[in-house]
Design a protein around this ligand. Structure first.
Ligand code: THG
Length: 287
């Protein structure tokens, strides 16, 4: 199958999520979940800490930055606009606008200097009918989550059908397949030992049928288990082999594994990227 490229851009740089290239890494840390300091900064409207998180993730190898400002009680639309402007003037990489709220997504799209990635649309009618027109209006790209009114389907086949629905509906709005990245979602193997396998099968089905770009937020897979990074790293390497081309991840801890997996699957000619990362950070032990 021909390779699929999802082009994103910042003020002056463009990057491709490329189904036949190395994995694109979306830095996950601008997200208040479990981060007290970020919650406090967003409540105060102080942007220095957010900008610091942005710069650190770019230094650690992020290709794109996820921006999630969901803190109860704040004006999320204003926070999204302010954070996107501050981050876009501090770093020159594309942004991923992460919110369940379409007004925040619209504000983020309006404030983004280049082509952003919307995170996310899903198979629910209320999401498709509101998010896809925004994606079209701003010529953005979008992550499609394989869940609908019934939640996250249990089988790979059913998740594939939700992805098909999102792809078909996007097409009806004039959004091409290359502007869609499907996220097949992963639940924890702590609760269900087939959780990772179902996600890997969904990736394989989508890759065979559409060749569409695939994103994963890999850290869910290990929830509730000890030594989570080991599980996250093993899973991400397997997902890359199955066809994942993009991940929302902790770039500080995951980059070495991602570089190694890209080297092993022949996507890092001469090991240039692997060696460059090693030279910058040293061995991966203990992270
Ligand atoms: N798919 C898509 N988007 C997503 C997810 C996904 N967005 C949110 C999430 N999943 C990915 N982002 C995060 C961000 C933070 C954490 C996990 C996933 C996290 N935070 C630590 C905690 O909660 O304990 C605290 C951070 C720290 O101190 O290191 O784990 O799957 N499309």
């Amino acid at each position: 199958m021909a390779n699929m490229k999802t082009t994103l851009s910042s003020e002056s740089k463009s990057i491709d999520i490329d189904s036949s290239g190395p994995l694109t890494m979306i830095g996950e840390k601008i997200n208040p979940t479990g981060r007290k300091r970020l919650v406090a900064a967003l409540k105060e409207g102080s942007l220095d800490y957010v900008v610091d998180l942005a710069i650190r993730q770019v230094d650690d190898g992020a290709d794109v930055l996820d921006i999630n400002v969901g803190v109860p009680g704040i004006d999320e639309v204003k926070a999204m606009r302010d954070v996107i402007r501050a981050v876009a003037s501090a770093v020159d990489i594309p942004l991923c606008i992460d919110s369940p709220n379409h007004e925040s997504i619209a504000a983020g799209l309006e404030a983004s200097p280049g082509r952003a990635l919307v995170n996310s649309v899903n198979g629910e009618e209320s999401s498709l009918s509101v998010i896809l027109p925004l994606v079209k209006q701003y010529d953005a790209a979008v992550i499609g989550l394989t869940l609908d009114e019934g939640g996250v389907p249990e089988t790979a086949h059913a998740r594939f059908e939700v992805a098909r629905k999102i792809i078909d509906r996007a097409d009806s709005y004039g959004i091409p397949l290359e502007n869609i990245v499907i996220d097949p979602l992963v639940l924890t193997v702590g609760a269900d030992s087939s959780a990772a396998r179902v996600t890997l099968e969904t990736i394989a089905l989508l890759t065979a049928e559409y060749g569409v770009n695939i994103n994963l937020g890999a850290s869910n897979v290990s929830f509730g288990l000890p030594d989570r990074p080991v599980i996250n790293k093993a899973f991400l390497a397997m997902a890359m082999q199955a066809g994942a081309s993009c991940a929302i991840t902790d770039v500080t801890t995951m980059t070495a594994t991602i570089r190694a997996a890209d080297l092993l699957r022949g996507r890092d000619p001469s090991g240039t990227r692997y060696i460059k990362h090693f030279r910058a950070t040293g061995p991966d032990n203990g992270k």
